[in-house]
Design a protein around this ligand. Structure first.
Ligand SMILES: Nc1ncnc2c1ncn2[C@@H]1O[C@H](COP(=O)(O)OP(=O)(O)OP(=O)(O)O)[C@@H](O)[C@H]1O
Ligand SMILES: [Mg+2]
Length: 496
């Protein structure tokens, strides 16, 4: 890609970007939230047309006007948000949109055979007849990769493929990536996890504010150097003091069951409490009841047996708005589905829960005070470093990490007594992650009780005053102290 620029209105998402990817290499794009990584890749896959610049493939200039044209040229992309059709099977998804995928004369058997061969060759283990809804996130990703390969990808773009994967799944993904480059394919990899970037990359191109800072060989750099090139300043090491809270519990669960026969989507006899001024971290591999736990303590679902009390009062009515009223804030695990209304502005999303208050409306929400909302939103955008051209912009046009900051701003500013934070830094760059962590610690020190649910083990260790391990809907153990026993916790996470 040569001299690529992409302008949205007056804003340059990419400016004069040069990127060259060799055959048989993993080339990583590294940059802060909103640096322009996804935009550049959307140009390569034909979703966007560059405002300026040229693209060459094997030395020949190409015009890529649509994703199907990109596929025909041998470029495949696994998007930050998967694009699979949930109501269809794995097999149907893989053949979809390719060579004569419709009509009654498709030779299903021949295609199955072809797919199975690919799957075996690259170790992409999938069950072809399952529905997309029935398989894990890791498996969905393998389907996306298999799909790209089936359609002939020689250059594969992976936009934050590891953000939602477990450590074991990430290892599997890396093994597949190595096989692919071993066969002369090329991969463009995007990740915010420095450890992974250092591990898998051959070369790294750093983007900052839409421009290329530099391209370096993996062998000639390290994490510290990359981080400072990426954010344009040094980031000091972080260490948060652990706190032992003796204050009163904000929330308490007493032998709570919910769909307890289900290993992955239920809770079985869970007792726990979160006190004022402490962070309780739930460690565990995704899909062991964490989602249900978050839903219970935010009033989305009700326990089937056992009791929940909030501020030492027994909860009888499970209704999210009642929970919000009594001071529960929630950073949900799926920001697009549960955290934001994409077609509304940044400003409206920021005040979503307080449109009935006199600060922002007259007559309890009947008439909105637009100016007050605007002023408040601009203040929040600044305080939380939400990068947008204007607070009137649709929230869905923000980069993934900046969308997350909108949710955090709204929830933390609601002055909660309990904050339920599910994967609060998923997809955030290192600077933004640090910022969010600092904000959570500050909230804790103000007396907020925080239930932190995260599949990122490092985050749990760094942030939690107490750690509870969840496995198949059960709490396996509790750990605390300055140096929690990592080994033991990891074992508990796998049920031992
Ligand atoms: N359709 C659009 N309209 C207006 N602005 C846009 C649009 N798409 C992207 N942008 C802006 O371009 C910038 C770059 O966004 P992009 O999604 O490429 O960032 P990114 O590097 O992928 O970030 P992240 O790590 O958070 O995914 C952001 O500031 C974003 O708000
Ligand atoms: Mg992105």
């Amino acid at each position: 890609m040569e001299h690529i620029s992409k302008r949205f209105g007056d804003f340059y998402a990419n400016r004069d970007v040069d990127l060259s990817v060799a055959r048989g290499e993993v080339h990583t794009l590294l940059g802060e939230n909103g640096a322009g990584k996804s935009t550049l890749m959307n140009i390569l896959i034909g979703l966007y047309q560059p405002t300026e610049g040229k693209i060459f493939l094997n030395g020949k200039e190409v015009r890529i006007e649509s994703p199907s044209q990109a596929v025909a040229l041998g470029i495949g992309m696994v998007y930050q948000h998967f694009m699979l059709v949930e109501a269809m099977t794995v097999f149907e998804n893989i053949i979809l949109g390719g060579r004569n995928s419709s009509g009654i004369f498709i030779d299903r058997e021949a295609r199955r055979k072809e797919i199975l061969e690919l799957s075996e060759r690259y170790g992409l283990d999938v069950e072809l007849d399952k529905l997309i809804t029935e398989i894990s996130v890791g498996a969905q990703q393998r389907v996306e990769i298999l799909k790209a390969l089936y359609h002939g990808a020689e250059l594969l773009i992976l936009d934050e493929p590891s953000a939602a994967l477990t450590d074991i799944e990430v290892e599997g993904l890396f093994a597949i990536m190595r096989k692919l480059i071993g066969e002369g394919k090329s991969i463009i990899f995007i990740s915010h996890k420095m450890r992974e970037v250092l591990h898998i990359s051959d070369r790294i191109t750093i983007l900052r504010a839409g421009q290329v800072v530099t391209t370096v060989d993996r062998a000639e750099t390290d994490g510290q150097a990359l981080a400072s090139m990426m954010i344009g300043r040094e980031l000091s090491g972080s260490h948060y003091e652990k706190r032992v809270s003796k204050d009163r519990p904000v929330v308490r669960l007493d032998r709570v069951d919910y769909d307890k026969a289900s290993k992955h989507n239920g809770l079985n006899g869970v007792s726990l409490e979160v006190r004022q001024g402490e962070i309780v971290g739930i460690a565990g591999v995704d899909g062991n009841g964490q989602t249900q736990l978050a839903q219970l303590v935010t009033g989305v679902i009700a326990p089937q047996s056992g009791a929940i009390s909030f501020d030492e009062k027994h909860v009888a009515v499970f209704d999210p708005s009642a929970f919000i009223e009594s001071g529960v804030a929630h950073v949900p695990e799926d920001r697009n589905l549960q955290g934001l209304i994409g077609s509304m502005s940044v400003a409206d999303n920021l005040v979503l829960k307080s449109t009935g208050t006199s600060a922002f409306s007259k007559w309890r929400g009947l008439l909105l005070k637009k100016n007050a909302i605007g002023d408040y939103s601009r203040k929040m955008a600044q305080r939380y470093d939400i990068r947008c051209t204007s607070v009137d912009q649709d929230v869905r046009s923000l980069s993934g990490g900046n969308q997350q900051k909108v949710i955090l701003a709204r929830e933390l500013e609601s002055d909660p007594s309990l904050l339920v934070a599910a994967h609060p830094t998923r997809g955030l760059d290192i600077g933004a992650t640090r910022f969010v962590h600092d904000q959570m610690i500050a909230a804790r020190d103000r007396g907020v009780g925080i239930l932190l649910i995260s599949a990122d083990f490092d985050e749990i260790l760094e942030m939690s005053d107490r750690i509870l391990v969840i496995f198949e809907g059960q709490i396996m153990g509790e750990f605390s102290g300055e140096n929690p026993p990592i080994e033991e916790i990891s074992l508990a996470m796998t049920g031992r």
